[in-house]
Design a protein around this ligand. Structure first.
Ligand SMILES: Nc1ncnc2c1ncn2[C@@H]1O[C@H](COP(=O)(O)OP(=O)(O)O)[C@@H](O)[C@H]1O
Ligand SMILES: [Mg+2]
Length: 267
């Protein structure tokens, strides 16, 4: 089933926020979504109502159990979450080592999940290149590269465009697309960089998400932007991007049923 990877050459640009809200956007149109975290920060789960004190996840168990599906947390809605979880330094190093040296490790870990009928998988990555982003290239369907509308992001654009991020294509299917996050129309530089990227990237730029306080407040309230502030600019922007992603991947959008905020049940 479609595997979408949210990545970026730079940290703090909003990858986790985008991954979470894209998952919500797809889920509210009736699609079942699995959100997977590949970042040791283990922050993705916090967007789905998993308490800070809940350290469950797949990484610590990934050496002893080749199938990671049993570490999925189910929510009350259409969203499933596979948190990175708490891990020791040894566990993290062993996980990354295995990702780098065993080409089947990741595909095996996700194989049950990727074969689940109708499930769309959204994976969140740490910034820059890394063993997980490299390992997933062979099975990823689409990469969504998150950029800011600033000069630092602009200077890193050639890295992505010239396949310098992981030394090859980010995936072998739909390719990579871009998203500009935290665009601020009141700032000159933001407007200039946005229009430059629009021109340079053309169809590869799936959309622009405005800087919007509702995004931060929704996260603090552990809600999706759609539930917290459905009329906000960011909700509108992410909705458009999710429709484009679904259309590129040929994902059938379901009944449009909006589900309640997640209630977690353990694995
Ligand atoms: N569109 C947005 N508007 C306002 N704040 C945002 C937006 N997107 C992300 N943020 C904020 O930016 C910070 C970094 O986001 P995060 O998703 O953690 O980035 P990353 O995963 O790339 O490190 C967070 O505080 C988040 O709430
Ligand atoms: Mg993150």
């Amino acid at each position: 089933m479609p595997l979408i990877c949210v990545c970026s050459p730079k940290g703090g640009v909003g990858k986790t926020t985008v991954a979470a809200n894209l998952s919500y956007a797809l889920a509210r149109s009736g699609i079942k979504v699995l959100a997977i975290d590949f970042d040791v920060q283990n922050a993705l789960r916090l967007h789905f109502g998993v308490p800070l004190s809940d350290g469950r996840g797949y990484v610590a168990k990934s050496m002893e159990n080749p199938d990671w599906s049993q570490y999925v947390l189910t929510t009350g809605g259409n969203i499933f979450v596979l948190p990175y979880g708490d891990s020791t330094e040894e566990q993290r190093v062993a996980f990354e080592d295995r990702l780098a040296n065993d080409e089947h490790f990741l595909a095996r870990g996700l194989s049950t999940l990727l074969n689940y009928p109708g499930l769309v998988v959204v994976a969140d990555f740490p910034p820059g290149p890394g063993p997980a982003l490299k390992a997933i290239a062979s099975i990823a369907d689409l990469n969504l590269v998150t950029m800011l509308a600033d000069t630092a992001s602009l200077s890193l654009l050639p890295q992505v465009e010239n396949q310098r991020m992981i030394g090859g294509p980010l995936n072998h299917r739909a390719g990579h697309y871009f998203l500009i996050n935290q665009a601020d129309t009141r700032r000159h530089i933001s407007r200039d960089v946005t229009s430059f990227m629009e021109e340079r990237l053309g169809e590869r730029l799936l959309g622009v998400v405005h800087r919007d306080e509702s995004v931060v407040e929704a996260h603090a309230a552990q809600k999706s932007i759609f539930e917290f502030s459905p009329a906000s600019a960011a909700a509108f922007d992410i909705e458009i991007i999710s429709k484009k992603v679904a259309s590129i991947l040929g994902v059938k959008v379901g009944d449009g049923e909006v589900h309640a905020s997640p209630k977690l049940s353990g694995y």
